[in-house]
Write a protein of this length. Structure first.
Length: 135
RNA sequence: CUACAAACCCGAACUAUCGCUCCGUACUUGUAUGGUGAGGAAAGUCUGGACAGCAAAGGGCAACCCACCGGUGAACAGCCGGAUGUUUCAGUAACAUGAAAUAAUAGAUAGUGCCACAGAAAAUAACUGCCGGCAACGGCGAUGGUGAAAACGUGGGGUAAAAGCCCACGAUGCUUUGCAGUAAUGCAUUGCAUGGGUAAACCUUGGGUGCUGUAAUGCCACGUAUAGUACCGUUUUAAGAGCGGCCCGUUCAAGGUACAGGGUAGGCAGCAACAUUGUGUAAGUAAUUGCACAGGCAGAUAAAUGAUAGUUUAGAAACAGAAUCCGGCUUACGAGGUUUGUAGUACA
RNA sequence: CGGGAUGUAGCGCAGCCCGGUAGCGCACACGUCUGGGGGGCGUGGGGUCGCAAGUUCAAAUCUUGUCAUCCCGA
């Protein structure tokens, strides 16, 4: 694990192929105002976590507003992601995550910042459950 | 001074911590370090180009666009200057005249169409009517008061009754000549004519446009089914294709079309240095152009500018985020400033 | 990045090409038939024609600009 709070190019979900697979086969859960897609890929990734954020252009028509939402989400993920990273380091797992903002009003940074740890803890819990079920 | 409207300028700066894109350097090859990083509209996509491809970017029709004159520029439907109209305001007894706005602006004397209601009649001059005549008929377009618009206007002469039929003054269109102007056009002048409006109705005239767009296009790598079904065609009179529609011409042509299915969705170039930006100066009424000096100023591909705290300022808020690149147009916009106009108040 | 369609009464739509009166269905109000409801019949109200400017005597209609919504292609 590199730096504590970084969110560099290698950690971003970029492959179109992987993304199609995620939306087709991945599992989901929602904690308002976020909806999370996640799955554990079979292939070996160059980075343990591949994470992406998104907003519907139907809900936000202006590009400036979409950029604003994505920036807030990236910032929140960057500061709160240690929970997920520690878990994955401990169990030698890898995961692909995509977080979609589903509300229609422009969010404040504080609200996303309070929701993000809850989301990541839920994600860790879900991964734990599937691991338990498999064994 | 205050309020409102319009045009133009400007579109915060700095420090610390964490973090992001791209570029350079170092080495232990993923870390350190240095630099770099959105707009006046990046927007709308309304336009003009650059650049690239498309059989030889063939010809005609259709379609679409433009339309006073000159300049500007790579180009334009843009911009600048001018001419002539129209509208509004000021002004006048009424003109004249001045200011502002303006998609005005080839042709209504090429042709076709349309003009509600009212009105005799909305473009053929009919009806009513007036005059002459016994009548047949002939002459006339003044009479009719409706309408947005009624057969050049006003006054006089003239006549059986009338009429640009004639005269004076004036209006409009075409035209001759002279002067001014690069020109549009203006002023004066010669002759002829006068049946409305609409071309942002069809249209005619003149000029222009080939089409598609950086997901263009070129190259590299990886991978699948030497694979299925149906139809059309193959030595000719050829199926079909060659990038919008139709016709012609021309070139290629042994495969083509549809359905179902399988694979890939990675990389490099295009791609960031020029119709470039800033300042000064010269030419020009201006748009704009020349010269000198200085600068290097985003380059991603699920897509980079954020978060927190503090300082400065009266305040930090508006509209809003590059995706091939430039010129213009249009629209959105906070606070402050400048200029102009309108209204009110106070003082001299 | 490119192409197209639609804005008319509370709702769904005509009218626009070829300019002059804005209409249809449902809904609404009143009256009537019925003991009452439902339903039928009759009468009536309600529209800045998305917004702005222009052409015209006259604009929902023609022209230009603009705003919003929806759809399509790569």
């Amino acid at each position: 694990m590199a730096k504590m709070f970084s969110y560099s190019k290698a950690e971003k979900l970029k492959s179109r192929k992987l993304m199609d697979q995620l939306f087709r086969e991945g599992k989901t859960f929602s904690i308002f105002p976020l909806k999370v897609f996640y799955m554990q890929p079979t292939a070996i990734l160059d980075f343990p976590v591949k994470a992406g954020v998104g907003v519907s252009s139907r809900n936000f028509k202006k590009a400036i507003h979409r950029n604003r939402v994505k920036r807030i989400m990236r910032e929140a993920y960057r500061t709160e992601k240690n929970v997920l990273h520690d878990y994955l380091n401990l169990h030698q797992k890898q995961v692909v995550v995509f977080m979609l903002y589903i509300d229609k009003i422009l969010p404040e940074y504080e609200t996303i910042k309070t929701v993000m740890p809850v989301v990541l803890q839920r994600l860790v819990k879900k991964l734990n459950e599937t691991a338990a079920a498999n064994t």
